[in-house]
Design a protein around this ligand. Structure first.
Ligand SMILES: [Zn+2]
Length: 265
């Protein structure tokens, strides 16, 4: 089994070399991406190879007059690669396996109307809402993002990285449910994950009920799936804040994404 995995890994490495993003353009683009600055040169090389492979196997589609330049395509693929490159190793599933439930990213130039209706689940969570959005993910189908919201930007008080958010939803959906629980790695503990997220989700909802100012975006309190997606944004964009407010959630996400952005900041 190990031999098969090693062979798969070597084959992937070979494929990746064929779809490399040209070094000059890569440097120009990643110099503008704050999230990239925390990675070592060998990690950046892995991210570059993976981003090239994402560009080869996934489609990035413009909508509503959006003009997609090479720079935008590479930026999007790089953000996607940042999220999942930690999954890649000889012992584990390849990173691209984690992206198997979507094929395209549709990019709008600005926030868009989702064309849906408000819908509550039987247990009272808002699961669908009508309105203008910056991103959307459906169980079947691709990822939709609004480029205005997706530009790499300096860390803000409230993390907001719509592509990371929507991709987190797709990871969550890999086990067949959209419930804030993606398939966990073998070395992770289901109960520890559940406890960390349940406790934080309840705490956030309590803060809102009391009318307090929340330290992470209150949208996370919508339902457990949104909590996971929003906390993923914070994990990558403002790890200090997430670790300060919900350290157990930070620890679980570090185990899940196999990255420790706090340590690197
Ligand atoms: Zn969401």
């Amino acid at each position: 089994m190990q031999l098969v995995k090693t062979a798969r890994h070597l084959i992937l490495r070979h494929c990746l070399k064929q779809s490399k993003i040209p070094l000059k353009i890569w440097h120009q683009i990643t110099a503008k991406m704050p999230l990239m600055q925390r990675y070592t040169s060998s990690e950046r090389m892995r991210i570059r190879l993976l981003a090239g492979e994402i560009l080869r196997v996934k489609t990035i589609v413009p909508a509503k007059g959006m003009i997609l330049t090479d720079e935008i395509r590479i930026t999007i693929a790089t953000q996607a690669a940042i999220l999942v490159f930690g999954f890649e190793s000889v012992e584990n599933d390849l990173s691209l396996d984690w992206l198997r439930n979507w094929n395209q990213i549709i990019v709008y130039p600005a926030p868009f109307h989702n064309g849906r209706e408000n819908l509550l689940s039987t247990d009272g969570f808002l699961v669908s809402w009508a309105g203008v959005e910056s991103g959307e993910t459906q169980y079947q189908g691709g990822i939709i993002v609004d480029w205005q919201d997706d530009q790499p930007h300096p860390l803000r008080v409230h993390a907001n990285q719509v592509l990371l958010h929507e991709m987190a939803h797709k990871l969550d959906m890999l086990d067949g449910y959209t419930n804030g629980h993606p398939p966990l790695h073998k070395n992770m503990n289901e109960q520890a994950w559940f406890n960390a997220f349940e406790e934080a989700f309840k705490h956030l909802n309590k803060q809102i009920d009391k009318g307090r100012v929340t330290l992470i975006n209150s949208y996370a309190a919508t339902n457990p799936a949104e909590f996971f997606a929003v906390s993923t944004e914070y994990f990558f964009e403002t790890p200090q804040r997430l670790n300060r407010v919900y350290p157990k959630v930070y620890q679980q996400l570090a185990l899940f994404y196999k990255q420790d952005p706090l340590f690197k900041n």
